[in-house]
Every structure is written in C-alpha cells, then in structure tokens.
Ligand binder design. Structure first.
Ligand SMILES: [Zn+2]
Length: 218
C-alpha cells in the first residue's frame, strides 16, 4: 500500500489539516496538523492503518511478544496492530499481548500491571504520530525501565523525518513520512497574526492561558 492511499484516507475523513495555525503538545507551532481523533472516529480507516503497520511486521511476528500503544492515539492503534499480528502468528500460545503506556507526570509509565507484562519480553512500541520524538523516547525509556526489550517503534506518521538513530531504537516503521515543519513560537504565522486554531491541538489551552481575545504573538 502506498503513502498516497493512506493520505487519501486521511483527507477523506478530514484528518489532514493544512490551512491553520496549530499548537502541538510540545508548544511548537505549525501550519499542518494530522488529527488522529478523526482517524479514531472511522474504524475502517483505523483498521486499514493498523493492517498496513502489522503487515510490515508479519515476518517478525514471532519476534514480538507485547505491543505497547502509547498515549490516547497509540493505544487504540496498538491494540489493533496486536490483534492483527496474532492473526499472522496463527494460534500460537502465548499470544502477542497488547499493553499501554500512559502519561504519568512529565513522561510515560506502564500502569495497571503492564509493567510486569513487558518485563523480559520483546516489545513493539506503537505511537500514532512521531513528532519531535520526545514522547517516543519517553515511552521507550518507560518500557526499558520495566525490563522490556524494544525491538521497534511503529507509527502511522512521521511528521518531521525523525530517524531510528535519533530515537535510539533498532527500527522505526512509519506509513507516512511527511517531513512537515514546525516552529518555536512566535512563528511566522504568529508574526502575520494568523489566529491560533482552538478546535484541535493545544491552541485553546494557549489562548485561555493568555486570556480571551489575546493572540499569542501579542
Ligand atoms: Zn505561531
């Protein structure tokens, strides 16, 4: 499956926004946003994404024991990937498990007993979108701290060309390699006084912290 098929799917559900002034969790700004909530709202698209990701690890299914989905976007995707990898692996027992890494303070942690599930096991970490790489690094660190062996990271999209070496992992598999830009504020759109988008991303939080009607660049 080509990138264009996935891109078309994102465009069809309104998940690819290219005409705004968006704020990322890191605080950086961009004119482009991939809205994973739109992907979650369309299970068939989510299944297409998960199926393509899982197929890239089909030959390695025997080398994966736990799939750890990261944060809200990665947990749903990771669970789907784990389900499909089990299909590739047949009816092996023990089956490939699905765990999750959740936000815990400034980083991620494996709660609810998932720390024990990854201990001594081979782990595929699944995120929705690789952005600056900070979240991925934090999740990988959390898995390793629990004794897990991270064999790869899989993502629907790689926003800014982050590499496996930069993340300190053996393999990074992304369906979309977008190479989009983001900037530290104030960015060129701030300078042009383009209003921050508050419907998606963290623009609403920024606006409320500055007071209603005040632009961040003011
Ligand atoms: Zn800006």
């Amino acid at each position: 499956m080509t990138e264009s098929v996935i891109l078309r799917g994102l465009e069809n559900v309104g998940a690819l926004r290219t005409d705004g002034h968006f704020v990322f969790p890191s605080g950086r700004h961009s004119d482009t946003f991939v809205d994973m909530d739109r992907v979650h709202a369309f299970p068939l698209l989510m299944n297409t994404v998960a199926n393509e990701l899982a197929s890239r690890f089909a030959r390695d299914a025997g080398n994966i024991q736990v799939v750890v989905g990261v944060d809200r976007g990665g947990i749903t995707l990771g669970h789907n990937v784990a389900r499909l990898l089990n299909r590739f692996g047949g009816d092996e027992d023990p089956q490939i498990m699905a765990g999750m890494a959740e936000k815990d303070g400034s980083g991620f942690a494996l709660l609810h007993g998932y720390d024990k599930d990854v201990a001594g096991r081979k782990v595929l970490v699944v995120v929705d979108i690789v952005m600056s790489g900070d979240s991925v690094r934090s999740a990988v660190t959390a898995v390793k701290a629990c004794g897990g062996n991270v064999v790869a990271v899989a993502a629907m999209a790689n926003r800014e060309g982050t590499t496996a070496d930069q993340l300190g992992i053996p393999r990074l598999e992304c369906l979309l390699n977008l190479k989009l830009h983001s900037w530290d504020p104030p960015c060129k759109l701030c300078t042009q006084r383009v209003p921050l988008n508050t419907d998606i991303g963290h623009g609403r939080r920024v606006m409320s912290s500055l007071g209603a009607g005040t632009e961040e660049s003011a």
